[in-house]
Design a protein around this ligand. Structure first.
Ligand code: ARG
Length: 587
């Protein structure tokens, strides 16, 4: 049988259509768009009217009369409504049956891909030696969730941080160090050995870059020096290379710490520099195959197509001075990924303002025949995180907001709210505040459709009420604490058919878990999971307020409630795990 109630019901309804002499395909059942009237509906008779030249209510009438014959009573009750709709309600006994199956399924009813894909997710995309700022938050949060979502349905997925470690920023840092500490062995052209210890801490390193960047904007000589340093580094000058390694080492250690704080984990810590060795051969081949040509001194690939509605400029592979660009590195990275992983799909979770870049890169890759065009290249472009003024999120002073600062602020706010609200055991308070703060940040982001801009509103995101991370965690903690207080143990087999309306609504939500996750996966849309969790939490809370769970006198009924709570908890915790956060035991 199918995976969700609508699938099962469609199959049964299809049989009834067939038994009445109509096409079984007309029996499609969906969740009702009039929940005040019924839970599910089938509009097949309306659709069939044209085909069979018959009034829809006659078809619907014949079909509903066939329902007992095909054993529909076990699944639902149905009623014909003019002009020819079939309104349906699920059988509470069958819902309970399905929930038992879900509870016993190791995947909790999440459909598993029959032929799992090999997927690489390119997300995070930080630049070394520059502190993470809020612009990096969305890529990390959305990318991590998409990675977990792809895994949840059985694919083999690798997340790659794809460090920016090869551009001008490296030359800038080298130049600044050369000015301030010219005696370092890295600047001695005769030196062949270099110290183990880095010549700076992360704190110092993070100050060097902005200083250098500012100077280069004011002083053309300084800028030229930085360009030259970048060039020498890329040519492999030993001292610069050794210094670059130190920058990378110090910076990556710090990045790992920051991503761990976000509960974001990369399988691969590859960098732009890793693929530079591929570039010369790649370019030779592009030239030899006639894919790339010289235009105004630069080497380019034309990527426009006749059907384009707007102009797509050529993809520049080499500038006229012979240096490679961002696109060159991205193309070479695809080449390397093909070689190492043979991916079926590469998903880029990058700001949507880079969408032209990806159109150019993907088309250039296709033209060059890299990976025999078998790999699906996808850009999931996300919108901007704005402040309450509707402009890109900034510090109060108008500067770029560091991610650390933002997380500190939201943790402090959460700690305040938690201690105001309840009497937490103090040794847990800090840890709990961190966990809840992370849910506030991640849920606040993920509950919006990724491609849209959204407003980062600390007050709203940290609230225990409304569609927020803290509300979701609060609900989960409530369920866990009831289960903890319960003095009897229960199993999934204890589930009984719902007696009340609230209980049934909650049960119906749980039957939709697997198909919701799969739909979210197909659209790479974590916000769908958020909408599902929010609805389920609301339905749980309504049930909770209407029901005396622990005080229930009938043992069987109490056990059934507890079994329902157990499954609700498992489904909610699995859902937030896919979103990339977790719930505390108490709060
Ligand atoms: N480092 C880049 C930036 O800060 C983002 C990299 C995105 N990933 C990619 N494969 N281009 O803009």
């Amino acid at each position: 049988m199918g995976n969700s109630l609508t699938e099962v019901f469609s199959e049964v309804m299809g049989k009834a259509f067939e038994a009445a002499g109509y096409d079984a395909g007309l029996g499609v059942v969906r969740v009702s768009d009039r929940p005040d009237l019924c839970e599910f509906q089938c509009n097949g008779a309306m659709a069939g009217a044209k085909k069979y030249h018959k009034a829809p209510f006659m078809i619907a009438d014949e079909v509903t009369k066939k329902l007992p014959e095909v054993g529909a009573d076990r699944y639902f009750t149905a009623e014909m409504v003019r002009p020819g709709f079939i309104n349906m309600n699920a059988s509470p006994a069958y819902i309970a049956e399905m929930l038992k199956e879900i509870a016993e399924d190791p995947y909790l009813s999440i459909p598993q891909e029959e032929s799992p894909e090999e997927i690489v997710i390119d997300y995070g995309g930080p630049n070394v030696a520059k502190p993470l700022h809020v612009g990096h938050l969305r890529s990390a949060v959305i990318g991590e969730s998409i990675k977990r979502l792809c895994r949840a349905v059985g694919n083999h997925v690798r997340g790659d941080v794809h460090l920016g470690d090869w551009g001008l920023q490296m030359g800038l840092i080298i130049t600044e160090l050369k000015h301030t500490q010219p005696d370092l062995p890295y600047f001695d052209d005769c030196a062949t050995e270099f110290p183990e210890e880095p010549p700076f801490t992360i704190g110092e390193l993070e100050k060097i870059y902005p200083t250098a960047s500012a100077k280069s904007k004011e002083d053309p000589d300084y800028y030229a020096e930085a360009l030259e340093a970048t060039h020498l580094l890329q040519e492999g000058k030993p001292g610069y290379h050794a210094l670059w390694e130190q920058i990378l080492k110090v910076s990556v250690a710090d990045l790992k710490k920051n991503y761990a704080r976000l509960n974001v984990n990369f399988d691969l810590w590859k960098a732009e520099s890793d693929v530079q060795p591929y570039i010369p051969d790649m370019i030779e081949k592009m030239k030899a195959d006639g894919v790339a040509h010289i235009d105004d001194g630069a080497l380019v690939i034309d990527v426009d197509e006749p059907t384009d509605k707007k102009m797509i400029p050529p993809c520049i592979i080499l500038k006229s001075d012979g240096s490679s660009l961002y696109a060159t590195t991205d193309i070479a990275t695809i080449l390397e990924r093909e070689k190492l992983f043979h991916p079926d799909r590469i998903i880029y979770v990058v700001d949507k303002r880079q969408s032209m870049h990806f159109v150019q890169v993907f088309r250039a890759v296709k033209k060059a025949g890299i990976g025999d065009n078998k790999t699906d290249l996808v850009h999931v472009g996300f919108g901007t995180m704005n402040g309450k003024d509707g402009k890109p999120f900034k510090t109060r002073e108008g500067g770029v907001m560091r991610l650390q600062v933002l997380l500190d602020d939201i943790e402090a706010e959460m700690e305040k709210k938690i201690s105001e609200n309840r009497n937490v055991r103090t040794e847990d308070a800090e840890k709990t505040a961190k966990q809840v703060a992370l849910s506030a940040v991640k849920y606040g982001d993920l509950s919006n459709q990724a491609s849209k801009d959204y407003i980062f509103d600390i007050d709203k995101f940290t609230s225990f009420e409304g569609n927020t991370g803290p509300y979701i965690l609060y609900t989960i903690v409530r369920i866990k604490s009831i289960l903890e207080k319960a003095d009897i143990s229960v199993t999934d087999r204890d589930l009984l058919p719902a007696a009340g309306e609230e209980e049934k609504a909650l049960m119906l939500d749980l039957t939709e878990f697997g198909s919701t996750i799969f739909d979210a996966y197909e659209d790479l849309a974590p916000h769908r999971i958020c909408a599902y969790i929010y609805r389920t939490c609301n339905d749980f809370n309504r049930f909770y307020h209407e029901t005396r769970i622990l005080a229930e006198e009938k043992e069987a009924k109490k056990k059934s409630y507890l079994a329902l709570l157990q499954l609700t908890d498992r489904i909610l915790e699995k859902s937030i795990d896919i979103l990339g956060f977790s719930a505390p035991d108490h709060m």
